[in-house]
Structures are given as C-alpha cells and as structure tokens.
Ligand binder design. Structure first.
Ligand code: PPE
Length: 307
C-alpha cells in the first residue's frame, strides 16, 4: 500500500486522503492545536492485532482533556471501531495507526472554545523507527542541547502536536550530527526521555527509568515494566543524570514507532560492551512475542481486528 493511496476514517466516514478537505484557515495548522496518538498493529495467528488499543485511545482522550477541549464529539468505542475499520479497509496485517484530533474550524483567535474539533484516523505500513540494524546492534545517541518541556510551559502528559516542535528541533540536530536519536534532559537537568521514546538503563541487574512527572507516560514503557517484573527484574523509577547513563551496563529506549531498541553509544562513550545487553535482549524478545500473540499478556493487550 502506498501511503498516499490509503483510506482513512474522518469524522465518522471512510474517505480517501484526497477527499478529506482541510481548510487553510484552520487553527490547528496555524497554532499546533491538535492531539495525536501512535499505535501499532501486528500480525498474529488470530489476525491483525492492535497493541493496547484501549490504553492508547484512553491516552488520546486524556490528552484532549488535559488540553482543555470541551467539545470532543467521539467516545472511545467510536474511535475503537474507526481504528478497526481503517485496518480492515486498507487490508493491513501490520501497520502504524495515527489518530489525530485537530481544531479544524471556527475562530482564528487563540480561544479554543471558539473552535470545532475534527478527528481522523490513518494507518500505513511503517518500518521500525530507528532501523532494523539499530534494533539488533544498538543505536547511537547524543544528549540534546534543547531542554525537554517544563510541565507548566507545555504539559508533557498530553500528546499535543505543538509539543513536538521541541522534539523536532532536538531530533533534527542529532540526525544532522550523525546520531540515531537524542536524549533530552528535563528543566532541572536530569534525563527525561528521547525525542520520541522513553529511556531505561540497567546497572547491576537493576533496571532504572525516569519518573513520570516530566515525561510522556509511554505505553511501551508501562509494558516493559510489566514484562521486566515477569522476568524477575527490579524496576526503579528514579532521577537519572547523564553520567549515570554513561556508566550504565545497558541503556535501551522504547516507544510505539521505535519498539524496543538497545543503545550502544551516548555522546561518543560506549555503553556497556557496545552491543545489545542481556536485559535489553530478554525484554525485546518478550515484547515481540507479546505483540505477535505469543506472550502471557497477549490476550489482555491485543485487540484483534476481524477481517
Ligand atoms: N516519549 C515521547 C516524547 C514520544 O513521542 C513517545 C512516542 C514516547 C515517549 C513513547 O510512548 P509510547 O509510544 O506510548 O510507548 N512517540 C510516538 C511518535 C514517534 C514519531 O516519530 O512520530 C510513537 O512512537 O508513536
């Protein structure tokens, strides 16, 4: 499927992309007033399986609630049915799913109460974000000179499109400098997250990850914490400094688009042995088993699309 030839759900209808009319004078485009989700669907013996769809759609509604939009017209079940429909009409077995609520119509001022939301859900096949090689051999990170968002400037729990300017600034410099991703520090200088992933480190067989206050509460992150617990690892949510990352035995990052990716180098310092470590490897395997319907949590976490 060519991405531009797909069909999408838009305000309750299935349309081709070119049939969706987005007016130029729309506040979402001008001010970044939109909220999105990123969800993956994996092939499984029972059919296309959407990973933690309920949790993603709940976070979508939570983001809209945090953002303060009072006139969101769709509930979770409507969005769930729309998501299934998009996977079905595009004949997809494995894909990335992108719901977006955007303030499409109404006043061009800055008062969201004068704007009306529209919601679209698109889906397309999307390879793992940081590359197959990164998934196996590890990626290289740099610490960004941009600070991650302060929760009283832009709220980090909401996946608001405008927030991603911060991620784009950080990621673009890292890419131009030849790195795969960038680690962002919070306003106090502690490790927060990457431009599009949460981060974990391992030291003496204990897994550490930054606390939730200044990060996006990743659904992959929550899943990894559960899988780590199943495997008998202690997981500690604690502040982490950049030099604690440098001396970790292992570092790995995770997110819907990136999946579970080992880190082999940060700021030109090798991490651990410079290859995927045993903890990242065990968790990556458990994650892929689960999303493909073969894990202990598969039944609970996969929403099967009837084709
Ligand atoms: N932090 C940020 C800033 C973030 O954008 C993501 C997801 C995560 C953590 C991980 O969250 P979760 O997907 O629930 O485990 N980033 C999305 C967008 C990536 C993109 O490049 O676009 C994603 O992975 O879908």
């Amino acid at each position: 499927m060519e991405i531009e030839n797909g069909k999408m759900w838009h305000d309750g209808q299935i349309l081709s992309y070119e049939d969706v009319r987005v007016p130029f004078l729309n506040p979402a485009l001008h001010y970044g007033l939109a909220v999105f989700e990123g969800i993956r669907c994996y092939d499984s013996p029972e059919g296309p399986a959407v990973f933690r769809l309920h949790e993603h759609l709940q976070r979508f509604l939570d983001s809209i609630h945090i953002f303060g939009v009072l006139n969101m017209p769709y509930d979770l079940e409507t969005l769930r049915k729309g998501t299934h429909e998009v996977v079905r009409v595009n004949n997809l077995r494995e894909c990335y799913i992108r719901p977006l609520m955007y303030l499409a119509r109404g006043s061009m001022g800055l008062n969201i109460d004068l704007m009306e939301p529209s919601v679209g859900i698109a889906a397309w096949p999307w390879a793992t974000l940081l590359g197959e090689e990164g998934l196996n051999k590890g990626v290289r990170l740099m610490v960004s000179s941009f600070t991650r968002l302060h929760p009283n400037v832009i709220m980090t729990k909401a996946k608001v499109s405008g927030n991603y300017v911060n991620s784009v600034l950080a990621k673009t410099i890292a890419s131009r400098a030849g790195f795969d991703e960038t680690v962002m520090l919070d306003p106090e200088g502690y490790v927060a997250e990457c431009s599009g992933e949460n981060i974990f480190m391992v030291r003496d067989n204990v897994i550490y990850t930054p606390p939730r206050a200044s990060i996006l509460e990743g659904i992959t992150r929550a899943s990894i914490i559960t899988l780590a617990d199943d495997l008998g690892y202690a997981v500690v949510e604690d502040r982490i400094s950049r030099d604690q990352l440098y001396i970790a035995d292992e570092v790995f990052v995770c997110g819907t688009a990136a999946e579970v990716v080992p880190v082999r180098e940060i700021d030109f310092r090798q991490i651990g042995k410079g290859i995927m470590g045993p903890v990242a490897s065990a968790l990556q395997s458990a994650f892929f088993k689960t999303v493909h319907g073969e894990g202990e949590h598969s039944k609970e976490w996969l929403d099967i699309v009837k084709v």
